[in-house]
Design a protein around this ligand. Structure first.
Ligand code: MG
Length: 376
């Protein structure tokens, strides 16, 4: 099963309304996908998380390393790519390109063996995964906290049992928004907050103290991803679980988060931290340290499917008779690249996302949809 073709594609969508978070404003979604085809005519899709033009350049860089290899040997190919980038890319978008290629190889392997990726990862431990709604971004509306409360209620009405909102506008505004959302959704829905590393240790500590009474399930990226010590300090000072890792890469990078116990919940992005091959290992490492695992997922249906397969395969640690459920992040912002580009559409049953059971990732991209969203 020789790899014959590697084609990166940038898909884009201009948003009907801008939204922002603590770092920048989104007016467009732009994502780099890769389609890898073998001499048997089987193709697989992968996706990289990061600036799409740079991910595309990274895929071009890896092409000569990957072409001609046996597509079924994803770990051998991973190691070749890793060694071709190690000297200058132990973090960042070149690893997103590596991740995209790796995911496509898992898709190919599943199609070749006629098995879903979750079976190849070791088995399907559940057929459905509990989604949490990611939304509640900022906009320039006058009554932002009312608008956020309204949006949160809409997720509750759709059956979500957990919702994540943004913080990072400054402590006063954040507390006002968190209070409004918690009041609107009531006590029975889990609520998480995400600062996208907007705060210093002191600010994050003050915000955490003020938020404890709102029963927050996790405080995500409270401080800079570079400040491992601040993570540890904060985690020791607040009752709110601390989450992080969407800016971290590879097993070795996650060791920096795990060894000093920076986080309660690890959040590698499968499309950036090293693909399914590496993130499965990061999951094992997290569990070795007794750290929970919920991958960051922010992309097309390819990224969502990869996350669903991994979370369907994850063992709950520690095991118990009445098992808790792993989460999958389900971005609810405007994004047809997630909702329309891939087929079939994702099913929701009883508030749970159904893990695709077709061979490979279980979703595909038809040519007409690809050309509809292809960057012009
Ligand atoms: Mg985040």
């Amino acid at each position: 099963m020789v790899i014959k073709k590697i084609e990166p594609f940038i898909v884009t969508h201009q948003l009907s309304r801008n939204f922002f978070f603590s770092q920048w404003t989104y007016d467009t979604r732009s994502i780099c996908l890769v389609r890898i085809t073998t001499d048997d005519g089987i193709h697989g899709w992968g996706e990289g998380y990061g600036p799409s033009s740079l991910v595309k350049a990274g895929i071009e860089y890896f092409k000569p390393v990957v072409l001609g290899e046996n597509a079924l040997q994803e770990e051998k190919i991973w190691q070749k790519m890793y060694l071709h980038s190690l000297d200058f890319a132990r973090r960042g978008v070149l690893l997103a390109a590596l991740s995209a290629i790796d995911i496509a190889l898992w898709d190919i392997k599943g199609k070749a063996l006629k098995q879903p990726v979750s079976v190849l990862l070791g088995g399907r431990k559940r057929e459905q995964v509990k989604p949490y709604a990611t939304g509640l971004y900022f906009s320039n509306e006058e009554k932002l906290s009312d608008k956020l409360a309204e949006e949160a209620v809409s997720y509750k009405e759709l059956g979500f049992e957990a919702i994540k909102m943004k913080v990072g506008l400054g402590l006063k505004k954040d507390i006002k928004n968190v209070e409004a959302v918690r009041e609107a959704i009531g006590p029975d829905i889990e609520l998480m907050v995400d600062a996208n590393h907007a705060y210093s240790y002191r600010e994050a500590f003050q915000l955490a103290l003020s938020m404890e009474k709102y029963d927050i399930s996790w405080f995500e990226e409270p401080v800079s991803p570079e400040n491992y010590d601040c993570y540890v300090q904060l985690r020791n000072k607040t009752n709110i679980p601390v989450a992080g890792g969407e800016c971290e890469y590879l097993r070795t990078g996650f060791m920096n988060l795990f060894r000093p116990r920076c986080v309660d919940i690890a959040q590698p992005d499968i499309c950036a931290a090293g693909g399914l091959t590496e993130v499965k290992k990061i999951l094992s490492l997290a569990q070795t340290y007794g750290i929970d695992f919920v991958p960051h997922t922010w992309g097309t249906g390819i990224a969502l499917s990869a996350a669903l397969h991994l979370q369907c395969n994850q063992d709950i640690m520690p095991g118990r008779l009445y098992e808790s459920e792993p989460f999958v992040e389900f971005d609810r912002t405007e994004n047809p690249l997630r909702d329309e580009l891939v087929s079939p559409k994702f099913d929701i049953e009883n508030g749970r996302l159904v893990v695709p059971d077709k061979p490979g990732l279980g979703v595909d991209i038809e040519d007409d949809m690809l050309s509809k969203y292809l960057e012009k």
